[in-house]
Design a protein around this ligand. Structure first.
Ligand code: HEC
Length: 158
């Protein structure tokens, strides 16, 4: 009986601490500052999918074949979907940061496609937030960001 209890405790120890800690499907957010943790927790709770039916076909394909696959390896898709990032420069630097995480399994070509998707998506789904962010930039910075948005819209034909 006692042996059974002991074995149970040992098994639970492994389940909770060992496998839980090293599970590659879970991003380790414990070392982040409190503000980031709170922001991420809020984003994680939001919707996990985007209705892309009105998006250009190539971007719909990127959404299904690349973004939904690559960006769900460590956390849910709700994290990028509901994040506060909206400017092209924010997506460029953030997707690169994710790409460089150990085991991300994302190459440069895939990262570029994901960035294009997120720039386009922000210009449609986060229009108000994007406008607000653009309005706080200098005219030069704003023009540079708008040029990147236009480039993506032209590239995917819309
Ligand atoms: C290898 C694991 C891994 C992959 C793959 C990954 N992420 Fe993350 N992501 C994390 C971790 C860990 C965090 C927590 C913040 C940090 O450590 O930088 C995070 C946080 C985030 C955040 C929240 C940032 C904030 O400060 O609000 C966004 C947005 C995000 N990821 C987007 C993406 C996108 C887009 C992709 C696909 C290109 C992706 N992630 C792929 C591990 C990953």
């Amino acid at each position: 009986m006692l042996r059974g209890v002991k074995a149970f405790i040992i098994v639970m120890f492994f389940v909770i601490f060992v496998s839980g800690g090293s599970n590659p499907l879970r991003a380790d957010d414990s070392n982040l500052d409190a503000a980031t943790q709170a922001r991420i927790a809020k984003a994680d709770q939001g919707p996990r999918t985007i209705d892309v039916s009105g998006y250009p076909q190539k971007l719909q394909d990127i959404y299904t074949d690349i973004f939904s696959q690559k960006c769900t390896q460590c956390h849910r898709l709700s994290r990028p979907i509901n994040s506060d990032f909206a400017l092209p420069s924010e997506w460029e630097s953030y997707v690169k940061k994710m790409m460089h995480k150990p085991g991300s399994n994302i190459n440069f070509g895939q990262a570029r496609k994901i960035i294009d998707f997120l720039i386009y998506d922000s210009s449609v789904r986060k229009k108000a937030l994007l406008e607000e962010k653009l309005s706080k930039l200098t005219p030069e910075q704003r023009a540079a960001q708008e040029a990147k948005i236009k480039k993506v819209q032209d590239k995917y034909g819309q």
